[in-house]
Design a protein. Sequence first.
Length: 380
Amino acid sequence: MNTVFLLLILSIVACEKSPQQARRDLVKLDYSYSRNSMVEAIRKGDAESTRLFLVAGMEPGTVSAGYSVLEYAAASADQAIVAILLEAGADPGASGGVSTPLIEASSRGNTGIAQQLLTAGADVNGIDGTGRTPLMAAVEQGGVGLVEVLLKAGADPNIRSKLGSTALGQAEQAQREQVVGMLTEAGAVRAVGIDLAALMEPASLIATAPAEYRVRFATTAGAIVVAVERRLAPRAADRFFNLVRHGFFDDQRYFRVVRGRLVQFGLHSAPEVASRWYEASIPDDPRVASNVRGTLTFATGAGADSRTTQIFINLADNADFDRQGFVPFARVVSGIEAAESINGEYGELPEQSRILAEGGEYLDRAFPALDRIIEARLLE
């Protein structure tokens, strides 16, 4: 039975009932006249009972547990019930404050319901509580057809969520090359800055770095530009590339300075992010270059394969670091004077365990004069 015919039958039957009779019929069907019961009927795909709830007096914009009934219908992938609610006057963008019907449909790859909602006037760029758009939800789900539908409906591929995510960034992270091409053709450009959603998933940030690239650090001590050669330490170069690309170093403090030897950074200011990377180590690289003045090297833990995110800049020729197994992967090509002028008054006093637990708040409170990285950006 097609959706139009079913709706016609239900409409005829419903028109013959009073609200009181509809409520009695709901009780016979083991429902109570309540919002939760209406949601139960929708989740079951019970079109007849959904119609009865409306006849009994339930509003088509009813909200339960933070979601509108239309959102529940979109999530349940039932086009007949979505049509019933829209016919009854439901706002196609009706939200309970958490999501939107179009995002619920898109996150499940339901192109049919997405088209129903768009035809009814849903905002193709309507966001949820985190700033996520239907296009982002569709990219996460991986539906090429749905991405195409949303783009044709006017989806903006350059909207950025509150966590810093973009549709293009998500597609690249998931290695969905066809979707990346579609988004690029639609005008998507790579966003810069912090992408907290990506940084919370270290295992997914594994892109291979270019053979050579440069990074500019804007710091409170001045600008520092570093050049990376992947051949020197491929795994280190890849890790550094992914961290910079997603804004990991933005607003970090230089928390350790050994005068005339090194300056260290690389513990994220947000404990939630730092904790995700604490165990996200990379295998060791064989050493090719020496720890001479101006080179950058990942710090290591007690054993092998223990490099994560902490990096130091050699402020002198530290030959003993070569013997200890530290592997340089980059060098300062501009701004070594800025690196040497980074405030070292606190030396090695900041406790790394407290930085991990309390983040930037601990450093700002206990060591307010620390220099910091304002932002780190890849240079074209």
